[in-house]
Design a binder for this molecule. Structure first.
Ligand code: CTP
Ligand code: MG
Length: 168
């Protein structure tokens, strides 16, 4: 039991910058879409209007800032700062990739894509951070498992608070 809590704690601690990077655009995003409204070769949006430059940059700054705070707390600043930046960048790129895939599948902005919506950001965040830090497989698996309910719960919370138009 104790060991389980230890793994859970390590998983949350590790992936925290990615969570913050993924959630920040919901609050601070808006404005010019990254794809500038352009269409892909299939005639559908490249990413769609839900992926904005401002949201991307705000997420990158916020996630990196979490890394900075973790570094201060842990006493190894440069490593956590770099890790926070990579996790945040990966999370935002993964979220973009998820939207790109949704558009290719013909799913409109805000449309449901179970699995993809919850996991694309976290998987690419882990990949982006892997040159610097590769957690044990137990921690990676835990991160993937806990992200599903956490993402669903926080999105529902964001919907209830009026931050999101969809509850997922
Ligand atoms: N957002 C943003 N910039 C980003 C990512 C997200 O501004 N790079 C904001 C948008 O307002 C978006 C909201 O955060 O609507 C929620 O993000 P998400 O659920 O990922 O986007 P969706 O609107 O659902 O679009 P998609 O179908 O492409 O996932
Ligand atoms: Mg969505």
């Amino acid at each position: 039991m104790n060991e389980l809590f230890q793994i859970l704690g390590s998983a949350l601690w590790f992936i925290l910058p990615a969570y913050v990077a993924n959630a920040t655009p919901v609050v601070l995003g808006g404005g010019r879409p990254i794809d500038a409204g352009k269409k892909f070769t299939d005639g559908r949006p490249i990413f769609g209007a839900g992926k904005t430059v401002q949201g991307f940059l705000a997420g990158l700054v916020a996630g990196t800032f979490v890394g900075l705070l973790q570094g201060i707390a842990a006493g190894t600043l440069s490593r956590y700062l770099a890790l926070g930046f990579l996790l945040a960048l990966g999370a935002l790129l993964g979220d973009l990739l998820g939207s790109f895939i949704k558009r290719r599948l013909g799913i409109k902005r805000g449309g449901l894509a179970p699995g993809l919506d919850q996991l694309s950001f976290v998987v690419v965040a882990l990949l982006a951070a892997s040159p610097l830090a590769l957690p044990s497989w137990e921690i990676v698996l835990t991160i993937i498992i806990i992200t599903l309910p956490i993402h669903l719960a926080t999105n529902f919370g964001g919907y209830k608070l009026g931050l999101k138009s969809k509850p997922y």
